[in-house]
Each structure stands twice: as C-alpha cells, then as structure tokens.
Design a protein around this ligand. Structure first.
Ligand code: CA
Length: 245
C-alpha cells in the first residue's frame, strides 16, 4: 500500500465517514478501473460489475452502502436497474452516471429514485466528494443507534456503549462488530469479513479476523453478548437473552 492511500485511509477513519461497501456498475472497463481506484483510495471496499443483470443478482445476495450506476449498459440499462432496485425495496443511495446530457434523462433518473447524478466526462475528485456526501447522508438516515441487548452502536458518531458506558473499540473491531450486528443469528463467513474489510490493508488474513473476534469476545462476553464460532465456516452473533430468562 503506498503512503498516499494510507494517508487517505487514516483521514477517512479519523473523519466523519465510515469505510463503506460500494458497487460500481459500468461497462467501460477503463473508466470503472479509474473509479474503483479513486474510491478505494478513500478507504472504501469497491466491487465492479459490467452489466445490470449481474448487479441485480449481486445486490440480492449482499449489502452495499452505495451504488455508482452507469445508464448506458449492455442488456437492461441503468434506468431499469434503478427501477428494479427500488421496486425490490433497496434503499441504498444510488449515484447515476450518464453520457447523455439531456435534462429529460436526469429528471427520469431522479424520478426513479437516484440520489444524485453526474454527466460524463467528470472529474474523479468531484465524484469522490459526492460519494462521501451521499454516504454521510445514508449513515445519518440509518438512525442514530443500533442496539443488541446492553450494547448500543451510534453509527453516525462511531461510538459504542455497553450498558450505557462508552466501549473502546479499535477501527476494525468496530467494523467486524457492525457486520455481525447486521446479521444477528446468521453465520458470517471469514471470507465475507475479509471481503468487507479488504481495502483497509492488503495482507488481511483469516487469522486477523480470529484476532478481532477474540478481542470483541473479551469485551462483550462479560455482558452476556455471545459470538459463536461455527467451525470451519465463520461466526455468528447470538440473539441476546437476559440471563436466567
Ligand atoms: Ca456505458
């Protein structure tokens, strides 16, 4: 990892936006590679797909915090992808890319539930800034707190509390815990943790995931919050039950 990207990640972690999972849907390979690189430098985990059909299939199986969606795609176009996403109840922010400068296209995109749009060609720093703004908004909209028994996560403020007392969490412990909290009672594979955290550091291994899990356990188990190991596969945050209940 070069020093420029380390600096960017530090800024991101210390700043007001959490590293997020982004999906780029763009059939122009060199544009997509540039986008992925620019957004990766911001500390985000970035996936790229080159068709609307593949994007819809992927969104059905995993969660993204934001989608950058090209309108001119082979097969179903970006408008149709957006329409189907919203129809299926997916509420993540979508930033539309269009080569067409017609006002009608923009209005159509916004009517279908796009959160922002950019007309090609555009400057990467401007796109990165708009992505940051949309993610911030999305995180603020996600509601101030997620709770699990005595544990409370303030996602926008990046703070955790255990029975009302502030809980110290390293950045990656926080990220691992957030993933577990989204899937209470569901097994999360080591691979999917690595996939979610992959842009943070290039040498992230499944041993590292074990270390974060064991640190989280040390902090959470005294309060009755249990992370179960599913041997050979991954981990699961158990549903919280009051002791003796
Ligand atoms: Ca295109």
């Amino acid at each position: 990892m070069n020093s420029e990207s380390s600096a960017n990640i530090r800024r991101n972690l210390a700043g007001d936006t959490l590293p997020s999972r982004l999906l780029i849907v763009e059939d122009d390979g060199s544009l997509a590679a540039g986008l992925a690189r620019a957004l990766g430098l911001e500390g985000h985990s970035v996936e790229h797909l080159d068709s609307g059909e593949r994007a819809l299939a992927r969104v059905a199986e995993t969660t993204f915090d934001l989608i950058v969606l090209d309108i001119g795609l082979p097969g179903i176009d970006g408008f149709e992808v957006l329409r189907r996403l919203r129809l299926a109840g997916h509420a993540m922010p979508v930033l539309v890319l269009t080569a067409r400068d017609a006002v009608g296209d923009r209005v159509h995109g916004l009517d279908l539930g796009a959160d922002d749009y950019m007309t090609k060609p555009f400057a990467l720093p401007e796109l990165a800034a708009r992505v940051r703004a949309l993610i911030r908004r999305g995180q603020a909209d996600a509601g101030p707190r997620t709770s699990h028994g005595p544990l409370e996560l303030d996602r926008a403020g990046r703070r955790a509390y255990l029975a009302g007392a502030p809980l110290e969490l390293a950045a990656r412990e926080w990220a691992v815990l957030q993933i577990l909290l989204e899937k209470v009672e569901k097994v999360v594979s080591k691979e999917s943790f690595i996939e979610s955290l992959t842009n943070w550091e290039e040498d992230l291994s499944s041993n590292a995931i074990e270390v974060y899990i064991s640190r989280l356990r040390a902090k959470l188990e005294p309060s009755g919050i249990r992370i179960r190991t599913v041997r050979g596969f991954g981990y699961m945050l158990e549903e919280f039950r009051e002791r003796g209940a």
